[in-house]
Design a protein around this ligand. Structure first.
Ligand SMILES: NC(=O)c1ccc[n+]([C@@H]2O[C@H](COP(=O)([O-])OP(=O)(O)OC[C@H]3O[C@@H](n4cnc5c(N)ncnc54)[C@H](O)[C@@H]3O)[C@@H](O)[C@H]2O)c1
Length: 278
């Protein structure tokens, strides 16, 4: 199975984990189309950041990249944007969709508590972090499905970016945790629906732990700016997450032809760690 020069659609690719993933893929010769609601970061990523990259060792040249502004919580915008993305790609088709975009701060805005939040704030998490992934998936399936791609390998794949907060909590993150847990239900449900021979699309989820992302933006900075020794050492891995940790997990889920309906936790061991007071 060849996994060279795959055609990716990545939401939230203008900054953070999505930008890190896009760069990692493009440096390895894959083509990436990104959708993002932040016009300023999108312009910087497409016009300045990605063109400045060098191919990774063993790769002859950078993959192609393009993108468009799109709010994934708006189903109409999504339909049009995904169509354009597929048209831009070789053969008018997609190999992999990564539903990465999201409202990334897990806590209710302005330090509000469960009792203080209103329905509208709840909706912003569900609309973007859960419904957004559903809208983009629905729009992308016609360009990923086996009946459109013939016998082309690898088969189409979808990767949802969930979070370890789908499985464990601090106070005042109900919207975020519910949307991210919802993505896990959507993962096995879509994997089942899209297993049919006309689709043969594998659907998996990546659950990141703590990944600093401010450096992946027009403002720049170092990966570990502002982090303490304790921040790193509380992880069994001895450090917080790096972009390649995320990218490798997404790529594995996207390209291993026998993995579907599954979840992979990338958190340096934090969700397996027992915490007790002596
Ligand atoms: N960074 C972490 O530690 C961490 C941990 C677990 C899960 N995640 C998840 O990873 C994903 C990326 O997070 P990040 O930390 O890189 O965040 P980030 O804020 O750095 O980047 C998120 C990107 O998504 C875009 N986006 C947000 N809402 C959008 C919308 N409605 N339509 C289109 N684009 C939109 C933003 O403009 C931004 O470019 C999110 O789904 C987040 O929940 C992150």
């Amino acid at each position: 199975m060849s996994v060279a020069n795959l055609r990716f659609l990545i939401t939230g690719g203008a900054r953070g984990l999505g930008r890190g993933l896009t760069a990692w893929l493009v440096q390895r010769g894959h083509d990436a189309y990104i959708l993002d609601a932040d016009a300023g970061e999108l312009k910087h990523t497409l016009g300045t950041h990605l063109p400045s990259l060098k191919p990774a060792a063993g790769s002859a040249k950078l993959g192609r990249f393009e993108g468009a502004e799109c709010d994934i919580s708006n189903a109409e915008q999504v339909g049009e944007a995904v169509r354009k993305a597929a048209q831009w790609h070789r053969g008018g088709l997609l190999d992999v969709l990564v539903n990465n975009a999201g409202r990334a701060n897990p806590y209710w805005a302005d330090g509000r508590t469960f009792e203080q939040i209103d329905v509208q704030e709840w909706r912003t998490y569900i609309d973007t972090n859960l419904s957004g992934a559903f809208y983009v998936s629905k729009a992308a399936v016609p360009f990923l499905k086996a009946s459109a791609r013939g016998e082309e390998e690898p088969r189409g794949a979808i990767v949802h970016t969930s979070s370890i907060r789908a499985k464990q909590s601090e106070p005042n993150q109900e919207g975020y945790a519910s949307a991210k847990a919802g993505l896990l239900g959507m993962t096995h449900s879509m994997a089942s629906s899209l297993a049919d021979a006309q689709y043969r699309i594998r659907v998996n989820a990546v659950l990141p732990g703590w990944f600093p992302t401010d450096q992946e933006s027009s403002a720049g900075g170092a990966w570990d700016d502002g982090l303490t020794k304790e921040d790193h050492e509380q992880h069994w891995a001895g450090r917080v997450g790096k972009m390649e940790d995320y990218a490798q997990a997404v790529f594995f889920m996207a390209t291993n032809g026998f993995v579907t309906g599954q979840e992979i936790v990338v958190d340096g061991g934090m969700t397996r760690k027992m915490v007790y007071v002596e």
